[in-house]
Design a protein around this ligand. Structure first.
Ligand code: MD3
Ligand code: FE
Length: 209
């Protein structure tokens, strides 16, 4: 079991959690998902300005962003087809790393070209903010930044590399975070510059006893 580090309160990081063969297998799963659900270009609500990251999803629900807002929906914004299922390998990673009693409902696929970034934001479009979020990185290293629940709080940065896993729960679930830049050429996994980040999430409240 690779070493686990706490980058911020309740934000756990496993550098190199997936070895190279596991990264290659996961990448093959992602490429199969992208055949059925191609990357789309999300846009900022109101302005319609495109984000630099391209996206897709798998699972019963997917996160989309367009001029009318941010939301989860059951179908691809361009093809109007239901999202493909979450690959079994990802469901197993969710179970192993979160121990959460309900399966993820959404897996957002973020694709970063060499110039892409993601501004500091909070993830609060999910109805169940008590469930964890699991992130997996493939390809080039990202300079990831995380702060506290208020934008004004200090932040710190870590380099998320191919195969790294990050688990956000508890006090980190509403932390501001973003990607300042990626380091093109830092990984050979994708066979080209760029980075893929997968985030597995619950969206709706899970049943309580
Ligand atoms: C901290 N993705 O998809 S993953 C996102 O690398 C997103 O693509 C980044 O931020 C990426 O929303 C960061 C790590 C991560 C994911 C979800 C979080 C950090 C988080 C949710 C709450 C707090
Ligand atoms: Fe986020």
């Amino acid at each position: 079991m690779p070493q686990r580090l706490e980058i911020a309160p309740d934000c756990l990081w496993w550098p190199g959690y997936l070895d190279r063969p596991a990264q290659e297998a996961l990448l093959a799963d992602v490429r199969a998902v992208l055949e059925a659900a191609p990357l789309f270009a999300p846009a900022m609500p109101r302005s319609g300005k495109p984000l630099s990251v391209k996206m897709s999803n798998c699972g019963p629900l997917g996160w989309v962003a367009d001029v009318s807002g941010y939301r989860y929906q059951a179908f691809h914004p361009d093809t109007r087809q239901p999202w493909p299922a979450i690959p079994a390998r990802l469901l197993a990673l969710w179970d192993a790393l979160t121990g959460f009693p309900a399966p993820p409902e959404a897996c957002l696929i973020n694709w970063y070209g060499p110039e892409a970034r993601m501004g500091l934001h909070q993830d609060r479009d999910e109805q169940d903010l008590t469930a964890p979020v699991l992130s997996l990185s493939l390809g080039d290293t990202a300079l990831f930044r995380i702060g506290g629940e208020n934008r004004s709080e200090s932040t710190h940065s870590v380099r998320l590399a191919s195969g790294d896993a990050v688990l956000l729960s508890g006090r980190s679930r509403l932390a501001f975070h973003g990607v300042d830049r990626i380091l093109p050429g830092s990984s050979t996994l994708l066979g080209a510059a760029g980075r893929i980040n997968l985030t597995l999430r619950r969206v709706t409240p899970s049943a309580t006893v």
